[in-house]
Design a protein around this ligand. Structure first.
Ligand code: UD1
Length: 442
């Protein structure tokens, strides 16, 4: 059997034991939800684009393959790790392979740039984490206002436009993906586009910053109203740009320390991007301080429960929620958790319950009654952030917690295990080929 075949058949697990206190420093890599969109921006501007602080995650590889299928050349780790070069020779296809499109949500971000650069696109419906229904009606309505004609069925969409026309668009909800698609399309539209009720996430601002560096005209960056003056096709040029640090990965190391106890500096964490989270963690009794180049957390004693609700930025990100639910699962008291973005995003609760967590869900609410300790068990990661939360839960569980389905974690985490080992956690990644018998005693 070839090594490649063995890899494909392998069923890696992460095995965690009760750990702590954690100590030391951990460096946060670049943000998944930023880098994927920054990569797509290389569809604008002939020549070689360079991104730095790129995380080593499988979604970056998938997006790289997608862009290669459209005609770009993508080189990973040139010169040093964390560097990605994307070369655009000016020939760009308008149809991408369905198996790649359907494996990541960010493939929907091809829509705006392909319409702006080529005037047409055909895409299968994007994939990504399964939080329930993930419609694209706001993308479609905004682009239609800019002159795009759509033909959509359950599995795929085709779209074309002769000339994108600037429009005044008000989003029903500050959708990250819709804001990104509309602003990237508007970059080459005739005239001015305004996007009101735009998403204000730091990753959207990172994309705007890159486009401005490339020659786009965007104002209101970081606010709920973006104004984009269209520039002619060919006016954008390649640049070198550093991806912003991943606030969700940063939150994962904060949550790990909160749960296991300890004193850790999370380098690269930007407190200004995480204000609500840090304040809720303070409310839970954790000592959180901004330090030069990062955030320090000191966790001793048991956390106190608080109520939380997810909201668009600057509110508490839905991607933090599995980590917060895990923290509440071992905190003193009861916390009510309200999910306002994805009602279906409580699937991991069943897995946390296998570890002894006391959580009841009702629609988009969960009631979490803190228990004194968890117990190790075999659990399955249902998506990226929930998978990381199960790893973090394992730090507080007696015995061994064995997490499978970790290909989800690999989509968004750059060496989660190695970074936690660096802080003193008892955790390892075990590669078990399916050809061998599997048995996990807990
Ligand atoms: C992005 C992030 C994801 C994060 C989410 C919210 C990426 C690759 N993913 O996803 O990790 O959890 O932001 O911060 O960046 N909606 C509609 N119609 C639309 C578009 C969205 O109803 O046309 C709804 C969605 O179903 C959801 C809400 O709006 O309920 C937010 O979605 P959106 O902000 O668009 O999230 P994504 O860009 O898909």
């Amino acid at each position: 059997m070839l090594l490649g075949d063995l890899y494909l058949l392998s069923m890696d697990r992460i095995v965690v034991q009760r750990s702590g206190p954690l100590a030391g420093e951990v460096q946060v890599p670049g943000a998944k939800n930023s880098v994927l969109k920054l990569m797509v921006a290389s569809l604008y501007g002939e020549g070689t684009h360079e991104l730095t602080n790129v995380p080593a995650i499988s979604d970056v590889k998938t997006m790289g393959k997608l862009l290669e299928s459209l005609g770009l050349t993508v080189e990973h780790g040139v010169g040093e790790s964390g560097v990605l070069r994307l070369t655009n020779s000016g020939t760009i296809a308008t149809v991408a392979p369905p198996e790649l499109v359907t494996s990541i949500r960010a493939s929907i971000n091809l829509l705006g740039p392909l319409l702006a650069c080529r005037g047409r696109v055909r895409l299968d419906m994007p994939g990504g984490d399964d939080f329930g229904s993930r419609p694209i009606d706001m993308h479609v309505a905004g682009l239609t206002a800019m002159g795009v004609r759509f033909d959509i069925n359950d599995n795929a969409l085709s779209a074309e436009v002769d000339h994108l026309i600037g429009a005044h668009i008000t989003l029903d909800f500050p959708s990250v993906g819709a804001t990104e698609n509309l602003l990237t399309a508007a970059v080459h539209a005739d005239g001015t586009t305004t996007i009101s009720n735009a998403a204000r996430e730091p990753e959207v601002a990172d994309l705007c910053d890159l486009l401005v560096e490339m020659g786009a005209k965007i104002t209101g960056i970081g606010s709920a109203c973006l104004t984009i003056e269209g520039v002619p096709r060919g006016a954008l040029h390649p640049v070198t740009h550093a991806v912003i640090p991943d606030r969700i990965q940063a939150a994962t190391y904060l949550a790990a320390t909160a749960i296991a106890g300890g004193d850790v500096i999370v380098r690269g964490a930007r407190p200004q991007d995480m204000q609500v989270l840090l304040s809720r963690m303070n409310d839970m009794g954790l000592e959180i301080t901004a330090v030069p180049g990062g955030v320090r957390i000191v966790s001793q004693g048991r956390m106190r429960a608080v109520d939380i609700q997810t909201l668009p930025y600057p509110g508490l990100a839905t991607d933090y929620k599995p980590l917060l639910v895990t923290m509440l699962a071992v905190a003193e008291g009861m916390g009510v958790v309200t999910e306002n973005l994805y009602p279906g995003r409580f699937r991991y609760v069943e897995e946390l319950s296998k570890l002894g967590a006391d959580i009841r869900t009702d629609g988009h609410h969960a009631i979490v009654r803190g228990v004194e300790g968890l117990r190790g068990a075999g659990v399955v990661a249902p998506d990226i952030r929930a998978g990381a939360a199960l790893v973090v839960a394992g730090l507080a569980a007696q015995g061994r917690t064995v997490i499978s389905g970790i290909e989800h974690i690999d989509r968004g985490y750059d060496d989660l295990v190695g970074r936690l080992v660096g802080l003193g956690a008892l955790i390892e990644r075990v590669d078990i080929p399916v050809t061998q018998p599997q048995f996990f005693a807990n």
